[in-house]
Each structure stands twice: as C-alpha cells, then as structure tokens.
Design a protein around this ligand. Sequence first.
Ligand SMILES: [Zn+2]
Length: 234
Amino acid sequence: MTQADLELIRKFAGMRTVDSDYSPTINIPQQAIVSRDWDLCLLARVCTDRLVFDNQFEQFMRPIWDVTPGVSFTQVDKGLYLIELSNKNEVERISNGGPWHYRHDLVAIEEGIAFLTSLVGVALSDPITIRANGKKFIKVKMQIPIDKPLFDKVKLNHPSLGQVIVYLVYERLGRICLFCGGLGHEMTGCGERSRLVKLKKMLEKENRPEMQDILKPTRGPWITNQILLLSQGA
Ligand SMILES: [Zn+2]
C-alpha cells in the first residue's frame, strides 16, 4: 500500500453523510445578540491581510453607517463581523448604499441567512425566498470553486437556536459525485471510490474498522434533487 493509498483511506474513513461532522460551519459567538429575524442581520467581511481588531471596526463603521445605538457588532471570525440592525431600512441602506470601505480596504456585505453562502462560494444575486411544504428555501446565483468537492450542507452554531443545518441543492451543474463531491461523474465512475474498492478487498483479512463503511456515499442524494428535501423532515 502506498502513502497515497493511506491518505485516501484517512480522507474517507468515518466520513459519512448521516452522522458526519465535516460540513463547513459558522459559529455565532455566545455574546452575539442575534435576532430571531435573519433579515435584520448583515455579514461584513473586511478584505485585507491586515489585522482588524474587533472594536476598531465597530468604532470606525458605526458613525460612517450612522446606525442606531441598539445595533450590535460581533466578530465571528478574523475580519468577519455579524451586524444586527434595528430595521429593514437600515439593512437596505447599508447593503445597497454602503460605504463599503474600512480605511482603505473593501468591506463585502452579505444579507440575512444568505451569509451562509459565504461558506460555499461568492453570491452573485440577491437571495429569493421560496416556501414549499412548510419549508423555506433560499435561492441564490453562486460562483463556486468547481475544482473543489461540493458540500451537501452547511452548519450554523447559534447561541440560542443550537445547531441549524442548511441543506444545499445545486442546480444546472450536471452530475455531482455523491462519494467525493466532485463534478462531472457519478459515484459508480468515481476514481477515488474505485481505488478504495480495491484497497478494501486487499485489506479484507485485516481487522480494520475504518474500512467497514468506507464505500458509502458522503453526500446526500438531495444535492441535485430538492424534491428529496421536500419529502423528508429536513
Ligand atoms: Zn467522485
């Protein structure tokens, strides 16, 4: 067995879609107030290599955006801020009118729950909300890296709601492999899976628990079929 084989096993061992924890996650810090109404939240990302300190961004942007005193700024990640505004007018004024600069760097703004799209790629359109079967879908035109595996869901760890899972459905992308998340082939034609089929056979006689479920899909079938989300409890 080669080093590449070992790495392949390591990559897929324990990575199952039902109980796996590999999906990208946004953690909303405990101190964030976080409205129940996502429509009042903006996510601001400072596009810079410089270190941006939490309160500096808030002190600088608060008067520029002229926001009401109750508005909260919370640093979610390096250079990434969750801003909870007081009303829809404030949201529209800032997301449509800016200013979108912090000192000399661009501030990229995303609205509402659609900020979860930042885990997937770059949003190219405003989100459209659709309701069906009592479920809420948000449709966004996205630019995504097609040379990387696609995720079937993203997670949001919310201080009061707990973990929220957002399932992803991709339209007009053709075939997506449910095993590796790659584009342009199906699970039956997946190179990585074929290699693992051979390795599993090779290692049959050894006691290797990590090989047990290794050939199962890592992505859910809803990834290209939203009908599946309508019918299940997702
Ligand atoms: Zn594949």
